[in-house]
Every structure is written in structure tokens, then in C-alpha cells.
Design a protein around this ligand. Structure first.
Ligand code: HEC
Ligand code: HEC
Length: 334
């Protein structure tokens, strides 16, 4: 009994002072590292690389990541690009609300992740599915904010309306930070594996920074305002949906829209997991079911999945016709 008593007493008295130097400071004043800077799986692949090629990538990579993306970097001095006060506050909110699924470092491998389908997003590829930006582009802050605020219906990603708006913006910034830094690190490792030498890290950092530069990112606006949602529009939408020479939505989503089209078998997403085309008849859409949300999904596609972007191959009117047809399927009117 007695040693236990002393142990507990000691822990209660001195515990608060024994914070490991790497742990984030609960007050947020710690100029040290952020949790996101440690990636176990990533470190392991780095070790493999170093062993296989006898090239030391780990130290130069950590140094470059810190210099280009860390709290002292030029990026961090430009709050338009990366607001580091928010990154720090966001990390604490993220630790409370998001780690269980997305993992401490944003690799999508939290303790709950292996039980979930679809899997929680691995942010370290820089790829986001639900964006208003052109196909393949990085998301706007507003896109990430919308995902956090509204959640993704039909997946386990909850909505966080009850978390204050300020905190949600903080988490947006933290997710952006983890995503750009992760993208740089993963890209460097990939190049190193391919070429069996250490790539030009500064050049890679510049590529990643350009992809994330707010000046480079624009929302794809609906080409025209919503057209009348009448039976003529729905009929045109149905024709397009089934037309094998143009939209050809039926190839994946199936003629009836339940997601059983002939091309739909064996799709994998960009993270290596199986994926099926959405069942369009349930009315449950991850990125939202308002007409503008559906327009956005059809116009910009869903990055990292086979769902293509139709922005450049279709007119605004045609996309609205498809939106109206998809809505009618969800109402089971067809
Ligand atoms: C219960 C598990 C769970 C929790 C908790 C959770 N998420 Fe998610 N999240 C998911 C899943 C699953 C997806 C992927 C859905 C998909 O692929 O359609 C996702 C996707 C995302 C995306 C990517 C959207 C895109 O466009 O690709 C973001 C950003 C995100 N979550 C942020 C957060 C943040 C921030 C928190 C904490 C406030 C959080 N999530 C908490 C499960 C979770
Ligand atoms: C090559 C296959 C393919 C084609 C062609 C295709 N889709 Fe998709 N679509 C998908 C996949 C896969 C998903 C699921 C993405 C995910 O799980 O996040 C999807 C998702 C969607 C969504 C759901 C977005 C959300 O928020 O949940 C809509 C709406 C949609 N597609 C409409 C269409 C329309 C309309 C067309 C034709 C103009 C079309 N799709 C063509 C594969 C395809």
C-alpha cells in the first residue's frame, strides 16, 4: 500500500512539472515542435530508405521541412498563407476532437480508423476530395471549414457545429499545415525511392508551396445561375446522364443511379482503398445536397477518386440539367 501511496502522491504533486520537452504546451507558448512533426510510419520508411541506399535523408529532410514550413519559416510570417497562431490553437482543438480518427499527425491512422469505411482522410498527401477548386487543386480554407462544419453525410466524419467558429478556423489552419508539410515530406521520400538519391529539397518545397499558395487557388463558380428546375431540364439531364459519348454517368453510377454501372467494379481510391460510385438515389451526398453542392461535385469532380470533373467538357446549363436529374433520382421520380 505504502509505496503506491507515495507514487500517486508524487505524481499528483510533481506530474504537472514533468512535461516531456516534446509534448505540446497546454498554454500554447511552447516554441518547440508540433505533434505533426513526428510520423512513425514515415520515419520507418525513411529508415528503410537510409538502410537500402546508405543515403542519409532523414536529417536534411527534417531540416528543410522546418526551414520551409516550420514556425520560423517565411510562410509562417505571412498569415495570409499560414497563420501560425491558429496552427497552434488548432493543434490543441484537433487533439481533442480529431485524433481518434485522423491520427495525431494527420495520417488518417487514428485508433478508430481501421474500423471505419470510408477511411478517415490521410491529410499528408495534400489531396482533398470535396473542394470548390478545379480538379486536382488544393482546397480553399472555406472548403475545409465547410467539411468540418457540416461533416460528410454517409461517412463517419461528424459535424462540428457545436465547436466555436473560431476553433473551427483554427483546426482548418492546422489541417492545412499538416497537409502541406506532409505533402512535402512524402513527396521527397517518393522521389528519393525512385531516383535512389536525395532530391533537391528546396525545389520540392517550392512546388508544394506553389500548389498551396492562396493566390493560385480559385473557386470554380457555377458558369451560370441555376436554370429552371422543370421537367424539360430533368429530361435533358437524363439523356446526358445515359449518353455514352458525353457525360456517361451511367457507366459508373448505373442506369438506375444506385452505383452499379458496368465500369464500377474494383475501383480503388488514391489512398489505396476500395471505393464505389455513390448511390444517387438515397439523397445522401457527402459534400452536401443543395443544388449548388451538387453542381460543385459534378463540375470539379471528387479528387483522389474515379469521379471525374466535368467543368471543361460541359456547359453550365448541362451541369444544371444533370443536377436536376440527380435530384429527381433522389426523390425517386424517374
Ligand atoms: C469518427 C471519425 C472522425 C472524426 C472524429 C473526424 N473525422 Fe474527419 N473524416 C472522417 C472520415 C471517415 C473522412 C473521409 C470521408 C470520405 O472519404 O468521404 C474524413 C474526412 C475529413 C476531411 C477531408 C475532406 C476532403 O475534402 O477530403 C477533413 C478536412 C476532416 N475529415 C477534418 C476533420 C477534423 C478537423 C476533425 C476534428 C474536428 C475530424 N475530421 C474528425 C472521420 C472522422
Ligand atoms: C468513372 C466513374 C464515374 C463517372 C463517369 C461518374 N462518377 Fe460520380 N462518382 C464516382 C465515384 C467513385 C463517386 C464516389 C466518390 C466518393 O466516395 O467520395 C462519385 C460520386 C458522385 C456524387 C456524390 C458527391 C457527394 O457529395 O457525395 C455525385 C453527385 C456524382 N458522382 C454524380 C455524377 C454525375 C452526374 C456523373 C456524370 C456527369 C458522374 N457522377 C460520373 C464515379 C463516377
Amino acid at each position: 500500500m505504502r509505496p503506491l501511496f507515495w507514487l500517486v502522491g508524487f505524481a499528483l504533486l510533481f506530474g504537472p512539472f514533468l512535461r516531456s520537452p516534446d509534448a505540446p504546451d497546454p498554454e500554447g507558448n511552447d516554441p518547440g515542435r508540433l505533434v505533426s512533426e513526428i510520423d512513425f510510419e514515415f520515419t520507418q520508411s525513411l529508415e528503410n530508405f537510409e538502410e537500402d541506399y546508405e543515403l542519409e535523408l532523414g536529417a536534411p529532410l527534417a531540416e528543410a521541412a522546418e526551414a520551409w514550413f516550420g514556425p520560423e519559416s517565411a510562410l509562417a510570417r505571412d498569415p495570409e498563407f499560414l497563420n501560425f497562431a491558429r496552427v497552434r490553437a488548432g493543434e490543441r482543438a484537433y487533439a481533442m476532437h480529431c485524433v481518434g480518427c485522423h491520427g495525431a499527425i494527420g495520417d488518417g491512422a487514428g485508433p478508430a480508423a481501421r474500423h471505419l469505411y470510408p477511411r478517415p482522410r490521410n491529410f499528408r498527401r495534400g489531396v482533398f476530395k470535396f473542394t470548390s477548386t478545379p480538379s486536382g487543386a488544393r482546397p480553399l480554407r472555406e472548403d475545409v471549414f465547410q467539411t468540418i462544419t457540416r461533416g460528410l453525410s454517409g461517412s463517419s466524419m461528424p459535424d462540428f457545429r457545436l465547436v466555436s467558429e473560431e476553433r473551427r478556423w483554427d483546426m482548418v489552419e492546422y489541417v492545412r499545415y499538416v497537409a502541406m508539410r506532409g505533402e512535402f515530406e512524402e513527396m521527397a521520400l517518393e522521389f528519393a525511392w525512385e531516383d535512389e538519391e536525395i532530391p533537391d529539397l528546396d525545389e520540392l518545397a517550392e512546388i508544394v508551396i506553389e500548389r498551396w499558395h492562396p493566390d493560385e487557388l480559385r473557386a470554380v463558380p457555377p458558369a451560370i445561375a441555376e436554370t429552371p428546375n422543370d421537367s424539360a431540364s430533368i429530361t435533358r439531364g437524363r439523356e446526358l446522364y445515359n449518353d455514352t459519348t458525353t457525360a456517361n454517368c451511367a457507366a459508373c453510377h448505373g442506369e438506375s443511379g444506385v452505383g452499379d454501372g458496368p465500369s464500377a467494379a474494383d475501383f480503388k481510391d488514391g489512398w489505396g482503398y476500395p471505393i464505389v460510385p455513390r448511390d444517387l438515389t438515397t439523397g445522401v451526398f457527402r459534400a452536401g445536397s443543395r443544388p449548388a453542392d451538387l453542381y460543385r461535385s459534378i463540375a470539379t469532380g471528387v479528387n483522389g477518386t474515379p469521379m471525374p470533373s466535368f467543368e471543361s467538357s460541359m456547359t453550365g446549363e448541362e451541369i444544371w440539367d444533370l443536377v436536376h436529374y440527380v435530384q429527381s433520382m433522389a426523390r425517386n421520380e424517374q
